[in-house]
Design a protein around this ligand. Structure first.
Ligand code: 5GP
Ligand code: ZN
Length: 136
């Protein structure tokens, strides 16, 4: 299903031009127009899924293969030192476009970005409690 009000549906299906670096039957990978670093790309399924919770299992099983293919291409062509794979769900998590997408963010030494989180220090008991909540 496509959503006629969704900009990423239009980009993924070629109705709006984009800087495409990979395409197959089910996905298009484009350059982000507000990149964190040089080569920052977005993997877009051609079907509309708002987020990971809506994503079909078929698309889920394919998306990491696309990530691997494109990141290998980036590794060969960009002089990058690392790569972050980021996927945001919900406004609290930083999702601004409600069409599932995966960020591929090449990293360069001293690129000035801060994509990693601040670790906290829960007690062993707190971790057990969280484990039991998720497993309940
Ligand atoms: P989110 O915050 O939802 O995980 O990521 C949305 C990303 O899409 C942002 O990094 C933003 O720069 C990018 N973006 C938003 N609109 C467009 C667009 O029209 N074209 C492209 N190429 N990127 C977009
Ligand atoms: Zn969409």
């Amino acid at each position: 299903m496509k959503d006629s009000n969704c900009i990423f549906c239009k980009i993924a299906n070629g109705e709006i031009p984009s800087n495409t670096i990979y395409e197959d039957d089910n996905f298009r990978v484009i350059l982000d127009n507000g990149p964190a670093t040089k080569g920052h790309a977005l993997i877009l399924p051609k079907e509309h899924y708002a987020d990971l919770f809506e994503l079909s299992e078929e698309a889920a099983s394919e998306v990491l293969i696309v990530a691997k293919k494109v990141s290998e291409k980036m590794k060969k062509t960009l002089n990058m030192d690392g790569l972050n794979v980021v996927q945001n769900n919900g406004e609290t998590a930083g999702q601004t476009v409600k069409h599932f997408h995966v960020h591929l963010i090449p990293r360069y030494e001293n690129d000035g970005q801060h994509i990693l989180w601040n670790p906290t220090s829960p007690s062993a008991e707190e971790l057990v409690q969280v484990r039991d909540t998720i497993n309940s």
